[in-house]
Structures are given as C-alpha cells and as structure tokens.
Design a protein around this ligand. Structure first.
Ligand code: NYM
Length: 212
C-alpha cells in the first residue's frame, strides 16, 4: 500500500507578523507529535534563481517588474519535484510564504492585475491549509522598524495587505485567518490546531493543483 502523504501547510502575512518564528515552532510541534515535518521558505535564496532574487531584494540589482515576478514563480517551480517527493514520503511541509506572497507583492505595484500575477503559479501543488497571520499596520509598526530590503515600507505593506484580502475571498483555497496580535504561544496553539487537522485530512486526499 502506498505511504500516506504529508500535508502542504503555508504561512502567509505581511512583514513582522511572525511567520518565520511560527513556522519553526510548528515544525517542532508536528515532529514532537510523531508526524514527520520539514520547513521550507520562498524565496529559496540558495538556488541560482534565488540568488538573482536575493540581490534584487537587497537592492544590489534592478530587475524589470514582470521579470522578477516570473523569477519568484520559477523559484517555486524549480522546487516542486522536491516538494512532491517529500509529501509522497509522508513528510508534511511547513512553508514560509508561497504563491500568495508572489501575487500580493507584485499586484501591489502599479499596472499589475491579480489574474496576470496568478497565471505563472497556476498548477503548483495546492496547499492543504494557508494560514494568514493577520496584524494591523499599527501593531506591525510597534514591532520595530522595517529592514533595508525592497518593499519594506508601511505604505507598500498596506497595499500588499489589501491584495491578500482580495486573495482570501477565493473559496477554492483553505484559508484560515490567525490573529497574530496574540502572544507567540497563543498564535502557536491556534496554528497547531489547524495544522493537525490538515495533516489528518491530507492523509487520505490526493494533492491538488493551485488555482486550477
Ligand atoms: N516576495 C516573496 C515577493 O515579492 N514575491 C514572492 O513570490 C515571494 C515568495 O520577497 N518582502 C517578497 C516578500 C518579502 C520578500 O522576504 C522576501 P523574506 O524575509 O525572505 O520572507
């Protein structure tokens, strides 16, 4: 009998929402409950494409807006064979940002519509669960200054938040909104509950295709 597959779990949200901390804590919690789990993040800056993206984000290079959008998408596609292998081996993947960040960040730029931005990511492995760590711009500002990377301004982040809100209206994706203003432990409890549910359900379901 084929081994039961792992779940694809994505954390999304604007900067400072606590995604990376929560991804790490979730992987530990899943492992401690006896469920194999690993973390991934996008962009994955370790690949050749990822290095182009990283230089762009660090303002060390300039790339045309459509071009960098397609590079972010290519960076996901290049990891799809690895993701599928892990999921088939029964390993759940906890992913720090995915196609939703891709669409929200590019479509927040002038002249981009949601549909154009979604197209290159159509057909990616579909997450079993996408948790949106929701934090108001005012709360985010209390967590300190933004860093030096491209996109890290409160005006742009507000535009990104609105794009995420549009994406969350899509009922074909299993969105859960998490109140990221709670304590780290309370956020972790919410996230773990939703994730255990998703892991149990995914065991008996085929992996879907995003936005198809
Ligand atoms: N970003 C991330 C995009 O613009 N498009 C994408 O497809 C993805 C995955 O890159 N500001 C943006 C969001 C973030 C930045 O930051 C990556 P970090 O700190 O590595 O998550």
């Amino acid at each position: 009998m084929a081994c039961k597959r792992g779940a694809l779990i994505v954390l999304e949200g604007v900067d400072k929402a606590g995604k990376t901390t929560q991804c790490k804590k979730l992987v530990q919690a899943l492992q401690q409950s006896g469920r194999p789990a690993e973390m991934m993040r996008f962009p994955d800056r370790s690949t050749t494409i990822g290095q182009l993206i990283s230089a762009y984000l660090e303002n060390k290079s300039d790339l045309e807006d459509h071009t960098v959008h397609l590079l972010f998408s290519a960076n996901r596609w290049e990891l799809v064979p690895l993701m599928k292998r892990k999921l088939e081996q029964g390993i759940s993947l906890v992913v720090d940002r995915y196609a939703f960040s891709g669409v929200a960040f590019t479509s927040a730029k002038p002249g981009f519509c949601l549909d154009w931005c979604k197209n290159p990511d159509v057909g990616l492995p579909k997450p079993d669960l996408v948790m949106f760590l929701n934090l108001s711009p005012a709360e985010a500002a209390l967590r300190g200054q933004f860093g030096e990377e491209r996109y890290e301004t409160s005006v742009f982040q507000r535009a990104v938040q609105q794009k995420f809100e549009q994406l969350m209206k899509d009922p074909s994706v299993n969105w859960q909104v998490i109140d990221a203003a709670q304590s780290v432990d309370d956020v972790h409890k919410d996230i773990t509950n939703h994730s255990l549910n998703a892991v149990n359900k995914a065991l008996n379901l085929p992996l879907g295709e995003l936005w198809k």
